[in-house]
Design a protein around this ligand. Structure first.
Ligand SMILES: [Zn+2]
Length: 413
């Protein structure tokens, strides 16, 4: 068969995704596979079984990142790498992350079917804790691997039950011996659902993001004074939840206030002691700010901090702020982004040049290797929810683009 007519096996890709979707399946049709949970372990075990079945060399590093390497003819050449993540959000979807891992697996299976050898090795990867929902920050496995996050700091991050990343990694048996430290990579491709409405709105099949917006994460702790709600007059209360409520609205109003292209969100809140007849004395909430313009995001935060300070003072609720995590906006490798668009065209798919509003492991990878992503549409633009969905034929199309991107890069001397 002529190379250009090569296509992935869509049925097999679908079967792999459906098999994975059983692990941590939720009643609403999604999955819950939190990082380093029993479900994460189960999905990892299955992934490794599949890697072994096709004869790949399996490696696990000290962050639990899993690599499956298919040899190339030029043995010492840096590989082409492709993958994403197996973990999910709480009550998340069946495509986020796992599509990129199963897509890369399907690419290698297809090459094997046709006995196609490549000059460069091809390495499939599953990055640990991309979501950052159980343990913050997100993209922890790729971040340490790319030497942008400190390994021991990540090991010490705790979930809401006080279990640490390091303990849980060991518990599920995925603390590998290999050092989590980057090696030369010729090209990194990450295949992912769009997680937004743009492709659907534009009526386009393949998205080629020019890069990822910056991600700034903050943790805010507000303190108040607890008391019996009945006998305590309204006047003079230090209600931590009311202070937080005012602050949360300031976050929501921020993008309109500073202008430019920015989104700002409070997605998580913990109220203590969380009893209907006690005035709240402690609130913890998160702030997420994203923009293509790092400086705008930073200025907006400085502005927001002033507002937070004013509210805290007026309500006499002391404030503690943790600047948890910052990743600058990430431009991808132009040459590879163009390749995604070109290959989409050659395969007869419509395509769209865009920006990714979601963070991905590709963000850290692009800091150490030439990187690009392939997007396919999310139905109704929904993601991180159980109804997250993508048409099977769109999954195939994206995998075909990935196949030819990988083939081209792996053929380069
Ligand atoms: Zn993802």
């Amino acid at each position: 068969m002529e190379r250009k007519n090569l296509r992935v096996n869509g049925k097999r890709l679908r079967a792999a995704l459906e098999e994975m979707a059983k692990i941590g399946a939720t009643s609403g049709g999604g999955v819950q596979r939190l990082a380093l949970s029993d479900e994460d372990k189960q999905a990892r075990d299955l992934f490794i079984k599949w890697l072994n079945e096709i004869g790949l060399e399996v490696m696990i590093d000290e962050m639990g990142n899993i690599f499956g390497k298919r040899a190339g003819n030029g043995k010492d050449l840096p590989p082409v790498m492709s993958g994403s993540h197996i973990d999910s959000q709480p009550k998340g979807g069946r495509f986020d992350g796992i599509l990129g891992v199963m897509g890369a697996l399907e690419v290698v299976r297809t090459l094997n079917d046709h006995g196609i050898e490549t000059e460069r090795p091809i390495t499939i990867v599953n990055w640990t804790n991309e979501e950052g929902t159980r343990f913050s920050p997100a993209m922890a496995g790729s971040g340490v691997w790319a030497a942008k996050l400190d390994r021991d700091w990540v090991y010490g991050r705790a979930d809401i039950h006080g279990k640490t990343f390091g303990q849980e990694l060991e518990r599920i048996g995925y603390k590998g011996k290999l050092r989590a430290r980057q090696w030369p990579v010729h090209a990194y491709y990450e295949y992912h659902i769009e997680q937004g409405p743009v492709l659907e709105k534009e009526g386009k099949l393949i998205g080629a993001p020019k890069g990822i917006v910056c991600l700034h994460w903050y943790d805010i702790y507000v303190e108040g004074t607890a008391n019996q709600v009945g006998p305590t007059p309204m006047e003079g209360r230090n209600d931590a939840l009311c202070a937080a409520a005012e602050m949360i609205l300031k976050v929501n109003e921020l993008p309109a206030k500073v202008g430019g292209n920015m989104v700002a969100t409070v997605g998580e809140i913990h109220n203590f002691p969380n009893s209907r007849n006690i005035i709240p004395d402690r609130v913890h909430f998160t702030v997420d700010i994203r923009s293509w313009d790092d400086e705008l995001a930073t200025r907006a935060w400085e502005d927001l901090k002033l507002d937070f300070g004013t509210i805290a003072e007026r309500r006499k609720c002391p404030l503690r702020i943790e600047e948890t995590w910052r990743v600058g906006h990430t431009p991808f490798e132009e040459r590879l982004v163009k390749r995604v668009l070109e290959i989409a065209g050659q395969l007869g798919y419509s395509s769209h040049y865009m920006v990714s509003g979601a963070g991905h492991d590709a963000s850290y990878m692009s800091q150490v290797a030439p990187t690009a992503m392939v997007f396919v549409p999310s139905i109704d633009g929904r993601s991180h929810v159980e109804v997250e969905n993508t048409k099977w034929e769109d999954c195939d199309a994206g995998a075909n683009v990935l196949l030819h991107c990988i083939l081209q890069s792996a053929s380069e001397p």
